[in-house]
Ligand binder design. Structure first.
Ligand code: PMP
Length: 411
């Protein structure tokens, strides 16, 4: 049964298989994109007839939309435990949020991160140090401290780290990393694309400086994300986009422009009102839910999935840390003798299951973990993996269906 207030759209979609059978779609691809909450669709539908310009009119519809847009920002600030001075800037997604931050860094900022990051948290940084994928959380802490100890003291440093890996679901020791970063005068940004939907993230409690996330992984639609965090660098930076909405005053001379401070500085152009309202609603619903109960349910499903995989001698899961390290509902694995794309086609065509295959926009990490998993299993595993991920609509039957599909492939 759906958790109260957290029903998702499309949890019983009919799919017709190549053999003519029609079955309910089994969505095990939440880490790529989660379905919308019914409450999100309701909020969007309610506002749609009033759809009007935000921040640009005194008419009733514009007022209502401006209010809804700014209220969504406040809801998200609460959801992220933002400090009173933090900015919450609407972006298109996590990739956009991290690129925005990359452009807002003071000159000469050095970014320190790990080679295992999602490309969105690996490629935007202009000057960066890439630490090797760690063996353990302690190893990550030690490597960070050693790297920060040798960096120049007079240039700004930003530590960029994932909150939870999109490949393994492993949760990173964010608070401890933040503590090390701050000890050396550095700041820290957390890519919370995967973490925020599974665990409370609090800028103030974990003393993280910036957080980035995507609406479409948080039960809202595509096209909206957030960068939240410290105001000073953001207010000092050139606007992410130049244009209307970001300006306080534009003179007649070419470069005579005074930009807004605050979120508006980086939100030029007509904003994604419905996306913001959708994301605000999703955050509100998740924050109001019993997150302990959601997590307990998810961990039970994750345990069922991982122990099922463990029992299959031809399948190996990918992991960076130890097998018992804390995880959110994501498992990537490879099947000996069967390319990942064939595994996911088999699951789709025979069972109506949706998973993802590839290297999940984390190529350096995927390659390394596949090599390790292959060594553990004692068999070659090919160059890509399959990822199954769990969310609010997942049931034990979905997990069992996946395991049955994987059993078929024993060879
Ligand atoms: N970081 C992580 C950990 C992710 O899982 C993803 C999405 N796969 C991203 C960043 C990028 O998110 P988006 O594509 O929504 O920008």
């Amino acid at each position: 049964a759906a958790l109260p207030g957290l029903a998702v759209l499309g949890d019983r979609l009919p799919v017709t298989l190549p053999d003519g059978r029609t079955v309910d779609y089994t969505n095990l691809d939440y880490a790529a994109t989660a379905p919308c909450l019914v409450a999100v669709a309701d909020a969007v539908n309610e506002l749609l007839p009033w759809h009007a310009s935000v921040h640009r009119g005194a008419g009733a519809a514009s007022r209502r939309c401006t209010f809804a847009y700014e209220r969504a920002r406040e809801t998200i600030a609460d959801f992220l435990g933002a400090r009173p001075d933090d900015h919450v800037i609407f972006t298109r997604n996590t990739t956009d949020a991290l690129n925005l931050l990359a452009r807002a860094l003071p000159e000469q900022t050095m970014v320190v991160g790990w080679a295992g990051e999602h490309h969105a948290n690996l490629l935007p940084w202009p000057r960066s140090v890439r630490l090797p994928v760690p063996e353990s959380p302690d190893d990550a802490i030690r490597a960070l401290a050693s790297a920060l100890a040798v960096l120049e003291r007079d240039t700004p440093v930003l530590v960029a780290v994932t909150g939870a890996s999109n490949v393994t679901g492993e949760v990173w020791p964010i608070e401890r990393l933040a503590e090390v970063a701050h000890r050396y005068g550095a700041r820290i940004v957390v890519d919370a694309a995967q973490l925020a939907v599974h665990r409370p993230v609090s800028l103030s409690e974990s003393t993280v400086d910036y957080v980035a996330l995507s609406g479409h992984k948080l039960y809202a639609p595509f096209g909206v994300g957030v960068l939240a965090g410290r105001a000073d660098w953001l207010d000092a930076a050139e606007p992410y986009l130049a244009g209307g909405g970001a300006t306080e005053y534009v003179g007649d001379a070419t470069h005579d422009v005074r930009w807004h401070a605050g979120p508006a500085r980086h939100e030029a152009g007509s904003p994604n009102l419905l996306g913001a309202v959708a994301l605000g609603t999703a955050c509100e619903r998740i924050a109001a839910a019993d997150r302990g109960a959601i997590d307990a349910r998810e961990q039970a499903l994750l345990h069922r999935l991982r122990s099922g995989i463990e029992a299959l001698p031809h399948v190996a899961e990918l992991r960076t840390f130890s097998a018992d390290h804390e995880r959110v509902g994501i498992v990537s694995f490879a099947v000996a003798g069967v390319p990942a794309s064939e595994v996911s086609e088999h699951l789709a065509d025979r069972y109506g299951i949706g998973v993802r295959d590839g290297l999940f926009c984390a190529h350096p990490l995927g390659r390394r973990l596949l090599a390790e998993a292959s060594a553990r299993l004692g068999r070659p595993l090919g160059g890509s993996a399959v990822r199954a991920s769990i969310g609010l609509g997942t049931t034990p039957e979905h997990i069992d269906r996946l395991l049955a599909g994987l059993s078929d492939l024993a060879g």
